[in-house]
Ligand binder design. Structure first.
Ligand SMILES: Cc1cc2nc3c(=O)[nH]c(=O)nc-3n(C[C@H](O)[C@H](O)[C@H](O)COP(=O)(O)OP(=O)(O)OC[C@H]3O[C@@H](n4cnc5c(N)ncnc54)[C@H](O)[C@@H]3O)c2cc1C
Length: 573
């Protein structure tokens, strides 16, 4: 299969013949050969939006690109779909696999096929069943290990019932919420799968694993794929069923509160839970996410070295979706979105005085959700359903925080100064919101003019909003950077700055303020043998896909170290 943007006859001897034939330099026999010999091609075509779902037009455009008659095309398969809305005339780019006079290669079946774990397999204790923990488990199974997964929250379906008290009564259940439970923080999210971490591992394999477990196959094609929080819980459940069917163990409602070391204290060999149960293995993979603050405190008590790292804080900004559509698709605010267009998204980033100011985790047609893990805090994030059809567009809008910004907290909180910084913001938001998960909010132009909002526009945030001076509540310096950033974005995205948008406080859990270090090759903690920090909580991922990739890498590193050790033992007799 070859990838071409230029007509293939420039590269292929076959079509060189055909081209020459067309030019009249060769006889018609060449054309006949071209018509009978089966060939496969990959072509990229660009069509007007309205034409883009018409297969007969794909055929014509592909035939033109390849340089054959459309009737010679025997099969077409869509491989990539992306919308180009940079100009008023919206176009769609399609990458197609095309067979001429033959069949395309069969696509591999999307069915999960994982081996049964052999008896006597080495046990890998995995703490946390977010994307990092789940993908580590699946890879460990492929490598012949037995994963033992411990998850503080409930299974994805039972977990759904624990979201109702947060939304309706403003009561956070500490082990079962938008961050904790099967599938981790990604289960009730937008399920955006777009990642820039393409060099960190097999992104396509991650997508295929989701599809094998019930995610729509469309995620293999879309340039910015997403699953949606109405579908994700079932995908996660199916992944658990695969893990269990192989013979691995999954234990819900098991909050890990202790670490177990070997008798000489040098090696991590297991963990203990709140109830005092112990789980022992050859290695411990710690994939507890960035909201498991108790785990950071546990590591601190156990003198496991951690480091401060930059993170980002700010607000969630919510606009009416039709406004974002009209800006991004260049049409009048009063017009309706073309039915072939998805709810529009955006991604904005700039540097102000060397500080990153950027939008984060944009959820078109989504909802702002309360993602705190304790009742005395308010934290906001975003999610969408598969159809992204709510009337609101929300996105994080954050400023980077460097370790030096938390200097004054370091004396009391040491390496966890960033966690204390986040927590303080979350408490401020809770007090300003007035309790019960109500969040403080301000209209965008009022924020820019540092004045109170008398009222607020409609919002998707279910627990409710309280008008509050976000500009004054934000930590020193953060509000100023956000104001400059907003003015800048208002110029690059005309109409973005509006009184119709809400700033909702606070978005504090964009990434971990802590890194649990690890050896770059072995992926093991440099000073604690057998401990594998993994995923977002360890500071090595920033989203569903990058966390999944990190899980895969860690499982491979664990297996490869173990087989290397066994090989050395054999060689040494
Ligand atoms: C509302 C929301 C929406 C999001 N939307 C997106 C999105 O659209 N796209 C995207 O890429 N990312 C999104 N994210 C971020 C994404 O979910 C995370 O980056 C990703 O889940 C990190 O994976 P992880 O496995 O490292 O950690 P997590 O997903 O956080 O999983 C950690 C798991 O460990 C468990 N755990 C914690 N402590 C313990 C303990 N002591 N004992 C046992 N278990 C423990 C937790 O319960 C949790 O299940 C969103 C996050 C939220 C909160």
């Amino acid at each position: 299969m070859r990838s071409i943007d230029q007509p293939v006859f420039r590269k292929s001897p076959l079509f060189l013949d055909l081209w020459a034939g067309r030019q009249g330099k060769r006889g018609s026999s060449v054309c006949v050969r071209a018509m009978t010999e089966p060939t496969c091609h990959t072509v990229t075509i660009t069509l007007l939006l309205e034409q883009s779902d018409d297969e007969s037009i794909w055929r014509q455009a592909a035939a033109e690109k390849i340089g054959v008659e459309p009737s010679l095309i025997t099969e077409i398969r869509l491989k990539k779909h992306s919308i180009d809305a940079r100009r008023a005339q919206i176009k769609v780019q399609l990458r197609l696999d095309v067979a001429v006079n033959g069949k395309l290669h069969l696509e591999p079946e999307c069915n999960p096929s994982y081996p049964k774990i052999p008896s006597g397999a080495k046990r890998l204790v995995i703490v946390g069943m977010g994307p990092a923990g789940m993908f580590a488990a699946l890879r460990a199974i492929e490598l012949g290990w037995k994963p033992i997964i411990l998850e503080r929250g409930k299974d994805a379906i039972a977990r759904r019932f624990d979201l109702a008290p947060i939304l309706r009564e403003g009561r956070v259940i500490e082990d079962s919420n938008y961050c904790f439970g099967e599938g981790g923080a990604g289960t009730y999210s937008d399920g955006k799968l777009y990642t820039r971490a393409t060099k960190r591992g097999p992104v396509r394999k991650v997508y295929e694993t989701f599809v094998e477990h019930g995610a729509p196959s469309r995620i293999l094609i879309d340039s910015h794929p997403h699953i949606g929080s109405n579908l994700l819980p079932n995908v996660v459940r199916a992944m658990r069923e695969t893990i269990l069917a192989s013979g691995a163990e999954v234990h819900f409602e098991k909050r890990v509160t202790g670490l177990i070391r070997s008798s000489n204290g040098e090696k991590m060999i297991g963990v203990s839970t709140k109830e005092g149960q112990e789980f022992i293995g050859v290695a411990v993979l710690l994939a507890t996410g960035h909201s498991a603050r108790d785990i950071y405190h546990l590591l601190e008590r156990e003198r496991v070295r951690m480091e401060q790292k930059p993170f980002a804080v700010g607000v969630r900004i919510e606009h009416p979706q039709p406004l974002i559509d009209s800006i991004q698709y260049s049409y009048k605010r009063t017009a309706c979105r073309h039915p072939m267009l998805p709810a529009a998204s955006y991604s904005l980033a700039t540097k102000i005085r060397d500080r990153g100011v950027h939008s984060f985790c944009m959820c078109p047609g989504g909802f702002v959700v309360p993602s705190a893990t304790e009742s005395d805090e308010v934290v906001v994030n975003g999610m969408s359903l598969a159809r992204r059809d709510s009337p609101f567009a929300n996105s994080g809008f954050v400023v980077s925080i460097e370790p030096e910004d938390t200097e004054d907290l370091r004396r009391e909180h040491g390496v966890l100064a960033g966690v204390a910084f986040q927590k303080e913001m979350e408490r401020v938001a809770s007090r300003a919101g007035g309790g019960k998960q109500k969040a403080p909010s301000q209209r965008m132009r009022d924020f820019l003019k540092k004045r109170d909002s008398a009222d607020l526009p409609d919002s998707s945030y279910f627990p409710g909003l309280t008008p509050a001076p976000i500009h004054a509540l934000l930590p020193k310096g953060v509000g100023d950077l956000m104001q400059e950033g907003l003015r800048h974005f208002g110029k690059s995205m005309n109409g973005y700055v509006t009184q119709d948008a809400n700033l909702i406080g606070f978005e504090t859990r964009t990434s971990s303020p802590v890194r649990i270090p690890r050896d770059p090759q072995l992926l093991e903690h440099p000073e604690v043998e057998g401990l594998y920090p993994c995923g977002e909580g360890a500071g090595f991922a920033g989203g569903i896909v990058s966390a999944a990739l990190d899980g895969i890498r860690c499982a491979e590193a664990i297996a490869s170290k173990s087989s290397e050790v066994s090989r050395l033992r054999v060689n040494l007799g």
